[in-house]
Design a protein around this ligand. Structure first.
Ligand SMILES: Nc1ncnc2c1ncn2[C@@H]1O[C@H](COP(=O)(O)OP(=O)(O)O)[C@@H](O)[C@H]1O
Ligand SMILES: [Mg+2]
Length: 180
């Protein structure tokens, strides 16, 4: 089974994907590293490097085909922008206040933190994933709390018992308006 983890930076994709891979022996592709290894990172556009999304999608699909990989985990915020023959897509979601603290701990510039919070509040990755993964089941998992709690939800989803985590139920609009 091919599983894709996507979501705003800081929402916990890498840590969750590493845990899945460690516990299940599924191989893991970290899309940021894949992009770097394949020299897909272009010039800086302010605070992030541009990535050739179309080429990234092509190379990842070719890699999956070449390796005959039927069981695999891929993680990265860019995963929501491309089409991969995944069976499941899990979008990680974090409350804005929590996400701000995590990104600040990463020493992101304030403008970059604000931009990522906006992306999270607009449900960007969920909406993009719904557009790009028509054949997959799409789930959303809140990662604002303890890691162990997050993983319990992830194992349920992977076991095919993630009905209550189907996408479309998480949104931070209310918090956004409350803070204006
Ligand atoms: N419930 C949780 N689920 C996932 N990550 C969490 C959780 N709580 C705290 N974290 C922390 O959030 C930070 C960001 O996680 P990371 O996996 O690097 O995110 P991403 O890959 O989405 O940018 C890490 O320090 C991670 O340990
Ligand atoms: Mg990461």
């Amino acid at each position: 089974m091919i599983v894709v983890l996507t979501g705003t930076p800081g929402t916990g994709k890498t840590r969750i994907a590493e845990e899945i891979s460690r516990r299940t022996d599924l191989p893991l592709i970290k899309i940021n590293e894949f992009a770097k290894e394949n020299k897909l990172l272009g010039k800086f556009d302010g605070d992030a490097r541009e990535v050739d999304i179309a080429k990234l999608g092509r190379l990842l699909r070719a890699e999956i085909k070449k390796m005959k990989m039927k069981n695999l985990v891929l993680e990265g915020h860019l995963a929501c922008e491309i089409k991969i023959p995944a069976k499941m897509v899990i979008v990680t979601r974090t409350r804005p206040g929590v996400l701000r603290r995590r990104l600040a701990a990463r020493k992101y510039a304030k403008s970059k933190i604000d931009e990522n919070l906006m992306v999270e509040m607009l449900d960007y990755c969920t909406i993009k994933a719904e557009k790009n993964y028509k054949r997959a089941s799409i789930f959303e998992v809140e990662t604002s709390g303890k890691f162990g709690e997050t993983m319990k939800k992830i194992w349920k989803i992977l076991a095919g018992k993630g009905g209550k985590f189907k996408s479309g139920r998480i949104g931070w609009g209310r918090e956004l308006y409350a803070s204006l």
